[in-house]
Design a protein around this ligand. Structure first.
Ligand SMILES: Cc1cc2nc3c(=O)[nH]c(=O)nc-3n(C[C@H](O)[C@H](O)[C@H](O)COP(=O)(O)O)c2cc1C
Length: 224
């Protein structure tokens, strides 16, 4: 695939076929992703690639804790709730997804079902947890670098016909992930990426999220 086809074609995938993904293919994708730039080439990232029984235990633990009201326990700062234009964009994509799925605004049961789907990693056959070396905690470069490798990973996966969705839902109950994925003590859990073969019949997979124009997002200086 051409670069433009990958970048313009990729979208978050929230419905997967149950077929497994070969380990060699995942290794190839991670290898491509790791060409991402990082601050001083520190490459602070690590990948825990989880499938099968351990992933089932993480799904179950996340669901159980969420339903019983255990508060979130992410391992990084989340800032304040979105407001203004950020909130508008968050609501915008949620509306697109709910509309595609036929979930009505006041349908609490279906909305809850959708949220739990996220905590189950969208039932993807594979989950990639990105962690970083704890010794680098405190540097904003580190999450920046993890974002770079995550973006490269989702595009590399797409170029091989695989779908992904980067998600926070999968790591909101970090002790569950830590326990069942065997995350080392010197690692901080940064983000989760669900990965698998896209289910083309799953309506939300067709959603193309909106973007601001380049003009709205950019300031060009010294060009005139
Ligand atoms: C840091 C980060 C966290 C995200 N967390 C979630 C999540 O918890 N659940 C979810 O459904 N999507 C999640 N997403 C996916 C975004 O909603 C999605 O990337 C955005 O709406 C743009 O859509 P696109 O990926 O289809 O272009 C996350 C994406 C990023 C980059």
């Amino acid at each position: 695939m051409l670069f433009d086809e990958v970048v313009l074609g990729r979208r978050s995938i929230r419905g997967y076929k149950p077929e497994p993904v070969p380990r060699a293919l995942i290794e190839e994708i991670i290898g491509l992703a790791m060409r991402a730039p990082s601050s001083m080439n520190t490459q602070p990232w690590n990948f825990y690639v989880i499938t099968g029984e351990p992933l089932a235990r993480i799904r179950a633990g996340n669901t159980e804790r969420t339903l019983s009201g255990v508060p979130q326990s992410r391992e990084f700062r989340t800032g304040q709730a979105f407001a203004n234009q950020h909130r508008d964009r968050q609501v915008g994509v949620a509306k697109q997804l709910f509309s595609a799925m036929g979930i009505a605004r006041d349908d609490k049961e279906m909305r809850q079902d959708w949220v739990l789907r996220g905590f189950r990693q969208f039932d993807a056959p594979v989950c990639v947890i990105i962690t970083y070396d704890k010794v680098l905690d405190g540097s904003d470069d580190t999450p920046f670098d993890c974002g770079a490798v995550a973006t490269a990973l989702v595009n590399a996966a797409w170029s091989r016909g695989l779908g992904t969705v980067i998600n926070s839902q999968g790591i909101m109950q970090s002790p569950v992930v830590r326990e069942h994925a065997g995350i080392a003590d010197d690692q901080v859990i940064m983000k989760s990426i669900a990965l698998g073969w896209p289910d083309e019949s799953f309506p939300a997979n067709a959603v193309v999220s909106e973007r601001r124009s380049v003009g709205e997002a950019s300031v060009f200086v010294g060009f005139d």
